[in-house]
Write a protein that binds this ligand. Sequence first.
Ligand SMILES: [Zn+2]
Length: 409
Amino acid sequence: MELREFQGHIRRLASLPETRASVVSCYLRVEGGRLKHRRVFANRVEELRRSFAGEDAQLFEKALVPIERFLSEELHRGSKGVAIFSRAGRQPFFLALQFYVPLPTWMAADTLPNIYHLVELKDTYWRFVVLVCSQDTARIVSVNLGTVTLDLLRERPELRQRLGREWTKEHFQKHRTTRTQQFIGDTVKALSGTMAAGRYDHLILAGDPKMTASVRRVLPSHVAERLVGVIRKSGRSGSWEIVAESIAAFVEAEHKESKATAEELQRRLRTGGLAVAGTRPSYWALKLGQVETLVMSTEYSPRPGWVCRGCRLDRTVEQSPSRCPACGSRELEHLRIREAMLRLAEQRGCQVELVRDSGTMVRLGGVGCLLRFRPGEARRGPARARIVRDRSYSYSYSDSGVAEGRFGS
Ligand SMILES: [Zn+2]
């Protein structure tokens, strides 16, 4: 799956309008064309089934039908993970995505799709190129969201066995060195081309230590600055083995990058730069379209806020009033804040960085945002068009600069 297509799916899920019928979100581990944890899946279905009654129960059963059909008929042999979203009712919806990287086994039924694991996948399995070198071959392997999509093989032309016949040893060595340099030069040229054509931001060099070192010396600067790892492997390691290792190296590099984003967030907060941290400010910055990058700890799990079913007034505080202060409705439901933030970020095309094991993020309350412009500039700022388009939405600022907004006024 191409990245753009994948982003399109996520955005579509993030923007799906809510209806009365629940969306069943399934993330499942697959192996050899079958579900890996069939029993866990069956038990979870049973648990969810018991939570519904009446018409809701019927809608849930109807939503399960295409999921079961997909699982029994459509799984690819190479798939490691599948994400399925299904809803029955007046506005039925079905989307199933297969990946060559594992997904956790996780399932929920809620008014909106749960996109966390897709966002995590997008954040981690970005796209990268591996150059696998041995003494006489070079492979350029590009990896997209865990799918190996291209394997361009370059083979060094055979050195003719001239030694001892017409050439002296010295002559042969010289010839060999020239040929090697030419081979490396050609490989690097092909590599630059592949990276530019596919807009790849990350490169990993792997294989024979001598060759990778030689390649590294001649990388043009725009390619060298994208190098995130070198895997030294002498002898004849299989390309697939190396690709698997390079995925691990890439994931490691991605974690470092995420941590760097968390540090940038902290730096901006300390210097009064364009940033906010904590649940409430981050939520409102997202709603107002001020966010460039949403930075979230993978352990972030805030208590739910509340949202009014009648007028969509929402608050990130846990204690909900008995009636909505805006419309008087008693129909208040939980606002799942982490999911709501991810949906807003994807709807608005913000970058999302998920950060693992970060003390910085824990100190900052688990979530923060790098902003595109200051809250006070919202009305004149570049996001104005977005806000204006959202006509049912009104907003105001308190003295502390914290934005409060609501729908439907
Ligand atoms: Zn209300």
